[in-house]
Design a protein around this ligand. Structure first.
Ligand SMILES: [Zn+2]
Length: 93
């Protein structure tokens, strides 16, 4: 699916339509020292093996892509609703 790099859209901060740049949201790097990660490691310790089901095969064939909009006037970033697409491409429109 082709996604335009720049769109004209309503900015809730500027309260008017502005040009907004689209990039794709990427999850940050996982920290091993984060609370959830430490808890997971703790629970996997000792007798009993794997505590959480490992996905044998994923239920979905596609991944959600979240467009991240950046207002060119106020530089504020907004997340758009994620869409399930197999392949995407940012195109100049
Ligand atoms: Zn704005």
């Amino acid at each position: 699916m082709n996604i335009p790099k720049i769109i004209r859209r309503y900015c809730p901060k500027c309260r008017t339509h502005t040009e907004q740049k689209i990039s794709i949201y990427k999850a940050g790097k996982r920290r091993g020292s984060a609370r959830g990660e430490r808890r997971h490691a703790e629970r996997k310790h000792g007798y009993g093996g794997q505590k959480f089901p490992k996905l044998a095969k994923p239920a979905k064939v596609t991944k959600k892509v979240t467009p991240l909009l950046t207002c060119s006037v106020c530089k504020k970033k907004f997340n758009k609703c994620g869409i399930r697409i197999k392949k995407f491409e940012l195109v100049a429109a």
